[in-house]
Write a protein that binds this ligand. Structure first.
Ligand code: NCD
Ligand code: ZN
Length: 340
């Protein structure tokens, strides 16, 4: 049977949550990936190195796959200072995450304004210390234009701090691609949902809250241009699922939670997508090699994932004690199966 081997898959944008949720979902990632960038927007956001280290322990103690490497991130608030950055750096944290206040789930402690004198100073320090700056780049404007409007801030930061690597997280708008092409220090992560779906997949027929996420899904042109970047494994993009589970009841209530839970079977889903477009040979770069170069990752325990050409299905639901989580493309048929 036809097989492919994926070396050291990396998910460069992941929400592992905490507590019971984490315990129930972590294996979906650790069974497929050698490592992942874990986002800091917990109910108590990870705004200090101490909290990040505690979270790292919660992750490793709850995973059966002991070689899995979580890349911890620090949630930037207005009270961040040089001393904390130094401490974070000493403890091996490489990534700082900026959320504009109110832009997404648990972003209430985020920044009201990005380009303040204090934040510019922090960016200067981050540049000198070699941090990577990951940004949820959305304004509070019209939802289809939020990422585009934020582009000015990306451009200003990229110009002022040319040695600071800046990542446009979950790039969703084709107009952001120009930033990648213009500024040598701007990079991006791409999700499976933004490269395969449009707004119509969420609300063109009956409303599907499980496909509601931030940034919102966009137009066919956005989807196709971003898919093209992924299929060609553009060297400035890496895969970041933005898998962001919420309980079904919180997805289905009024003021539904934003976030798509995509980690189950995601490598098989990506292989199915890349094969459909005759680009399987680029999957390795998209799910690992590009990220290793961009984030200077050279300390992974090697992991080989084998996929064979056999049908598999995305689970229809994940049962927690009190409620379920519904995965992205629940029940979908995939062309590949992970060999365990
Ligand atoms: C994420 C979440 O639920 O934490 N939600 C989302 O819609 N993507 C946060 C984020 O990455 O914006
Ligand atoms: Zn996210």
């Amino acid at each position: 049977m036809e097989e492919i081997v994926l070396k050291d898959p990396l998910d460069m944008h992941l929400h592992l949550r905490e507590g019971e949720m984490l315990k129930n979902i972590i294996e979906y990632t650790t069974s497929q990936f050698a490592g992942a960038v874990v986002m800091p927007n917990l109910t108590t956001p990870i705004t200090t190195t101490e909290l990040a280290l505690q979270y790292g322990e919660e992750i490793t103690s709850n995973s059966k796959h002991k070689t899995f490497k979580p890349f911890l991130t620090l949630y930037i608030t207005d009270s961040i200072n040089e001393e904390e950055l130094k401490y974070a750096k000493n403890k091996g944290i490489k990534i700082l995450k900026i959320y504009p206040k109110g832009a997404t789930t648990n972003s209430e402690n985020g920044l009201n304004e990005i380009l303040t004198p204090h934040m510019l100073k922090i960016c200067d320090i981050a540049e000198n210390m070699g941090f990577i700056l990951s940004i949820h780049g959305e304004t509070n404007g019209f939802s289809m234009d939020r990422e585009y409007q934020f582009g000015k801030i990306f451009a200003k930061l990229a110009q002022d701090f040319p040695k600071l690597k800046i990542v446009i997280e979950h790039m969703s708008d084709h107009r952001s691609i120009e930033l990648l092409e213009t500024y040598p220090n701007i990079y991006a992560t791409l999700t499976l949902h933004h490269i395969t779906m449009t707004l119509d997949d969420m609300l063109g027929g009956a409303l599907n809250a499980h496909r509601f996420c931030k940034p919102i899904l966009k137009t066919p042109k956005d989807r196709d241009m971003l898919l093209n970047l992924a299929l060609n494994a553009h060297p400035k993009v890496s895969f970041g699922s933005d898998s962001a589970p919420h309980l079904e009841k919180n997805k289905l209530k009024d003021s539904a939670a934003a976030g798509i839970f995509s980690s189950p079977m995601i490598l098989c889903a990506l292989a199915t997508l890349f094969e459909k477009h005759n680009k399987l040979e680029n999957l390795q770069a998209f799910i690992s090699n590009n990220a290793k170069k961009i984030y200077n990752i050279n300390d992974l325990q090697p992991k080989e994932i084998r996929l064979c050409k056999k049908h598999s299905w995305v689970p229809t639901q994940i049962k927690l004690i009190q409620n379920n989580i519904i995965p992205f493309n629940a029940g979908a048929l995939l062309e590949w199966t992970q060999v365990i």
